[in-house]
Design a protein. Structure first.
Length: 88
């Protein structure tokens, strides 16, 4: 979700770039969002860009479902909570 998206922006754009002012940063973010949505292929979509998946879904009555893989850190956290609950 959103946190993961901003993590991708930081690792693929922000950390490898130098910005002199806020305007440059905002422009770079806008350009990256366009790239991310329209050109950046994603493995979970079968090597399609998000816009390609969206357009295909809009053309179909029964669009392909692309499950979001469970975050391993969240799985470990849930397991820890369950363990604490059972030992209480």
């Amino acid at each position: 979700p959103t946190e993961g998206f901003w993590g991708i922006i930081k690792s693929e754009m922000y950390y490898i770039s130098d910005f002199c002012n806020e305007e440059e940063l905002r422009k770079a973010i806008d350009e990256y969002i366009d790239y991310y949505n329209n050109y950046r292929y994603q493995e979970r979509y079968g090597i399609l860009a998000p816009i390609e998946v969206r357009n295909a879904a809009l053309r179909n009555d029964n669009p392909i479902q692309y499950p979001i893989p469970e975050n391993k850190r969240i799985q470990a956290y849930k397991a820890m909570l369950e363990s604490k609950k059972q030992s209480a």
